[in-house]
Write a protein that binds this ligand. Sequence first.
Ligand SMILES: [Zn+2]
Length: 690
Amino acid sequence: MRITSWTLTATAVLAALSAGCRTAPVAAGPAASPTSEPAGIDPSLLDRSVSPCDDFYQFACGGWLARYTLPPDKSAYALSFTQIDDRNLEVLRAIAEQDAAGHLDPRDRYPQKVGDFWAACMDEQGVEERGLEDLHQAWAPIDAVADADALGEEIGALHRQGVYPAFRVGSEQDARNATQVIGEIAQGGLSLPDRDYYLKDDPASVAIQQAYRAYLEKMLQLAGEPAAQAGAEAEAIYGLEHTLAEAQWSRVELRDPQRTYNRVDLAGLVRLAPRFPWRRYLRSLGHPGLEAWTVTTPKALEQLDGLIASVPLETWRAYLRWRLLSGMAGERALPRAFTEARFAFLSKTFTGAKELEPRWKHCVRTTEGALGEALGQAFAVRSFGEEGKERSRALVAGIEAAMARDLDAVSWMDAGTRRAARQKLSRVVNKIGYPDRWRDYDALRVDRSSLFQSTLAAEAFEVNRDLDKIGKPLDRSEWLLAPPAVNAYYDPPLNEIVFPAGILQPPFFSVAAPDAVNFGAIGMVMGHELTHGFDDQGRQYDADGNLRDWWSPSSEQEFKRRAACVVDQFDGYTIAGGTKLNGKLTLGENIADLGGVKLALAAYRAAGRGKPPGPEVAGFTPDQAFFLGFAQAWCTASRPERERLLASVDPHSPPRFRVDGPLSNLPAFQEAFSCPAGSKMVRAERCELW
Ligand SMILES: [Zn+2]
């Protein structure tokens, strides 16, 4: 488990809401694809009533936004991301269906397990008939908890199955000794997406709190509890989660890698929370005696120590039951009434979707969550060849060369810091398409007759695989995303950029598209990930991935001054309904967007040097086409419920500001569209880092 990530789009939050415990790619929905051509600029998306110098996102996407209606089961539709995701879902579905029918492809390594998991998930009637049997069986050990020792053991047993009450546990690269893997204990155990949902008392937050408590009560009743008991338990569970929220750090605080690195041994864990039975917990987790740990939020463990003594066991038991129930309802492993109640709550508070996603789409995602690289290997064989890998490699090389020139040119770094930055850049590892070595699923047992049991088994398999790494040297070949993911990431401790096969497809990347458009779309994504190595978090890690200060005081001061410009810029944006963006929360992503588009443009220009200028695209000059290729890759229709949720939890800015924010700082954009000074897309105070 990685507690933090540096992906292109964050949708882990929504994914965690819609699918129990794992982080999966987000976008949801049917194949109602909008009218866009597979490659190039689509003039039908434009809103020509708006000047590109006033609001470029609106100019690039407004025509489409005005006429597009979201399908009822989607909370958002991103023209590029969702279109590819829908296409990938169809490919994956076909693979899983063939496997389930017994037509096993000899090119695939685990078709039987994929087919069995898929079949268990698609068997809605079977899930209905099993009723509460699996749930009550899984609750039995929780009901038997009679003292603090047994409570710690049961928390360990649940963590072992990927259900996370109280806190989270996983493995992490040691930030101060990057060749080793240690254990990480992070704040967690909440059911709402962020601590602030419990702590804020404005009317909108209070309404969500009330809706959540009513939902909790309803779910407990569905699980067989009498009304009075369900009501009392719901209040007690809410109270405990609220208390946990009070000790947690904000998302902005969690962005500080120095502050969240608190190395302890087992005795150190005991000192933080002496009442918590750590040895029993670790035994029950299946990994006794682990000594190497970091604690992200020490305050949360200190609080847990008090709660072990002060919260009645009855409340702890109810809370553990709820966390398990909630996770399995998200997996749709319980009867339909649970799924419907959950959907009603989430759609009203967070997604705005009008209809539940069809079961097959959900099952593609959960099968991918359980057997990501098994399904991913089959996907890669069919959808992404060696040729795609080579072409993408060449593009990345161009972006890296642009960054090297950029580092040589930036005026504000002194020589020593520049040298260290160049060294770090030269050591960035690229992973493209799919892993060289595929994950081994031999030990995973899939039970075709029970989605509930298969889900827990898959979670346990993944948790065990992850925890097994603790105390051992780092394996640099691992991937955090499966190949079909329509996403990308930079990993600071590994100093690597990763582009799964899923995103290296039209309309992000197409051999049929002009260079200008490819560089604007996928080139910007590559530049974005590379820039993460030098954003407010990434810059704190050195070439080896160690959290080590390689900045001279003067260069650091200048970086911070320039970053503050970006914070101010994005603090100034509001979404519909008046919610303000959080410039500090989104700082790293905004720096990456700003650097990404600049590097992609530089790489595009370098690729065209010495050649005749590229052709006009749909009546636009090559430079204009580059910016339109970038902007149209981000055209996104979204429901207000989802926009509000993401504004409070997502480190990425909404698409409109991911386009307008960087471009209004960029003279090359202003020249391309001849924007006069004073236009909205020409900021008086330009922010510039890379
Ligand atoms: Zn990013």
